[in-house]
Design a protein around this ligand. Structure first.
Ligand SMILES: [Cu+2]
Length: 147
């Protein structure tokens, strides 16, 4: 599959997506859940150049929606660029369903029962209520410039 982010102003290599997807397949085939998670999320554990597809997807979707629909009132309460509002955005569920399926594939490959524990809708990434008041995590795309 050939895919690339070709969004003007977004500073990701044209082969970012292909390389990220290839690395994900490699971790599913011969990696651990920790390695896979560290690659998909924004962590300091992974130093691979194509890591962090989760946050990049949040930031890119948020960027494009804000640029293309600047007056849409839904973005006030459903921006993909904020942990406070992202779970109100329809793309949130597609993105997180996709990441859940990646981990399900790893679990099936290892002969494990896929974890389908119900969770309340949230997107806090470990941010507690006491932390939320002082620091909202903002997803930002890796931008060259914002016009
Ligand atoms: Cu997310």
């Amino acid at each position: 599959m050939k895919a690339a982010f070709e969004e003007p102003g977004v500073d990701l290599p044209s082969d970012y997506l292909d390389n990220a997807l290839s690395q994900i397949e490699s971790f599913i085939n011969s990696g651990t859940a920790d390695e896979l998670g560290a690659f998909i999320e924004a962590t300091t554990t992974s130093t691979l150049s194509n890591r962090d597809i989760h946050n990049n997807a949040h930031g890119l979707i948020g960027f494009v929606e804000a640029r293309d629909f600047p007056n849409d009132p839904r973005l006030i309460d459903a921006s993909m660029s904020s942990t406070v509002t992202a779970h109100h955005n329809e793309h949130f569920w597609g993105l997180h369903g996709w990441t859940d399926e990646i981990f399900a594939r790893l679990q099936r490959k290892n002969g494990e029962i896929v974890d389908q524990s119900p969770l309340l809708p949230s997107h806090d990434h470990g941010i507690t209520e006491s932390m939320r008041g002082s620091a909202e995590l903002i997803f930002r795309p890796p931008l060259k410039e914002i016009k």
